[in-house]
Design a protein around this ligand. Structure first.
Ligand SMILES: [Zn+2]
Length: 400
């Protein structure tokens, strides 16, 4: 009896091994956990967190290769897409790579393997691997690339170092007094009324609306072909530009009128929740060399290049993961003791000598924590989905 049992266990184990080698078992188990997950489900979720409209003008975030309606079974997360990373995706049965850096920036007119981009695009298509990039839209938000960097470096009470101007709209709509709260709530639920750390912000004023319902209309209140006066409230709310369509749709759905009257204004307000870099403080004033050693160890930097070290302890620290030398002056204006970024050029080191230490800890080193961030974001929403951080995503720069 025991022999038969052992034989059955041996047979089942062998069968599972064979199936897993054929990549069948992996796919069955992955799909059975999370059925029919499409690339667009993943993209929609990520873009709700980091809207594409917040990316820089030169950028190319979003789905770069593949169809949004394709099913996805396993995701590989990387900083960069390289040939090794595509091979890794294939070997691990990942059908979607999520990268921080887009592999395509400019228009491609031919695919003849004449440069690295063309080679990678062809390789990904041949391998049936979709590629999605989440780049400066993830750089430019609270909770994005710089927030995870700040967390790793013990920088607290952070705010955006260089907030963006614009990107806001104002919706003004008019509705019968009794419907004010319903219409307000619909717009709040659609993302309107957020100002800094305050939500449900609006302004309501009272007045009288007039209209005459014509033939073909179906007025909520009032008679056809008669001038009607109605006590109405004017509701004003601010909303990020990328949410405007949602909010207008929500307002119209909640509004009792057949033809709600509303205005949309473009605002030049600065958005303190969106922009480049972060600035904050570390818990205690720390000697500059001691803190830079912590940065080096934490980020795994081989070297930290810096200008003259300030002769006071560090408390206020500005950061920009990746390539942030364009923020050096902004960091100094915000009285940072130390600015940490990557890709600092020779002449930049002459700036702000004695006032602020500029430290280049490496482009890769200041950005690679983004892989953990993307992993955590996806895991939170899709806890049972198969995800993997790339083991082949490495710093392209070597040191000797
Ligand atoms: Zn980068």
């Amino acid at each position: 009896m025991i022999r038969i049992l052992i034989l059955i266990i041996y047979f089942c184990t062998s069968l599972i091994k064979i199936l897993s080698k054929l990549h069948i078992f992996t796919k069955i188990s992955a799909t059975s956990k999370q059925k029919n997950m499409l690339i667009r489900d993943i993209a929609n979720y990520l873009e709700k967190f980091a809207p594409i409209s917040l990316q820089e003008s030169y950028d190319n975030s979003g789905l770069l290769i593949g169809a949004s309606t394709s099913e996805v079974n396993k995701i590989l997360i990387t900083l960069d897409v390289t040939e090794d990373v595509i091979k890794e995706a294939v070997s691990k049965n990942c059908d979607l790579i999520i990268a921080h850096h887009p592999i395509i920036f400019n228009g491609i007119k031919k695919l003849t393997n004449s440069n690295l981009t063309e080679k990678l695009v062809v390789e990904a298509i041949k391998s049936n691997v979709a590629i999605y990039a989440i780049h400066t839209n993830l750089d430019n938000i609270i909770g994005g690339v710089n927030s995870i960097l700040a967390k790793k470096l013990g920088i607290k009470n952070t705010r955006i170092l260089s907030p963006k101007s614009g990107g806001f709209k104002k919706i003004i709509c008019f509705c019968p007094n009794d419907y004010t709260q319903i219409v307000q709530k619909a717009m709040f639920d659609a993302g309107a009324g957020m100002i800094g750390n305050y939500d449900t912000c609006s302004y309501v004023s009272s007045g009288t609306g007039t209209y005459k319902a014509l033939e073909g209309s179906n007025p909520f209140i009032g008679e056809k072909n008669q001038l009607h006066e109605e006590k109405e409230n004017r509701i004003e709310v601010i909303i990020p530009e990328y949410l405007i369509n949602n909010a207008v749709k929500a307002m119209k759905n909640a509004h009792p009128y057949e033809e709600p009257a509303y205005d949309i204004y473009t605002l030049d307000n600065t958005n303190n929740m969106v922009g480049s870099g972060l600035i904050g403080e570390i818990d205690t004033e720390t000697p500059i060399t001691e803190y830079l050693k912590t940065v080096k160890r934490t980020l795994g930097s081989k070297y930290i290049k810096h200008n003259k070290l300030i002769d006071r302890p560090v408390k206020r620290v500005a950061i920009c993961g990746g390539s942030g030398s364009f923020l050096i002056d902004v960091a100094a204006r915000n009285k940072a003791d130390l600015f940490i970024t990557g890709d600092v050029k020779y002449h930049d080191y002459f700036e702000h000598t004695g006032n602020m230490t500029i430290a280049d800890a490496g482009h890769y080193e200041t950005e690679h924590p983004v892989k953990e961030l993307i992993y955590a974001l996806l895991k939170e929403k899709f806890p049972n989905f198969a995800l993997q951080i790339s083991e082949e995503s490495a710093n392209p720069i070597s040191f000797m």
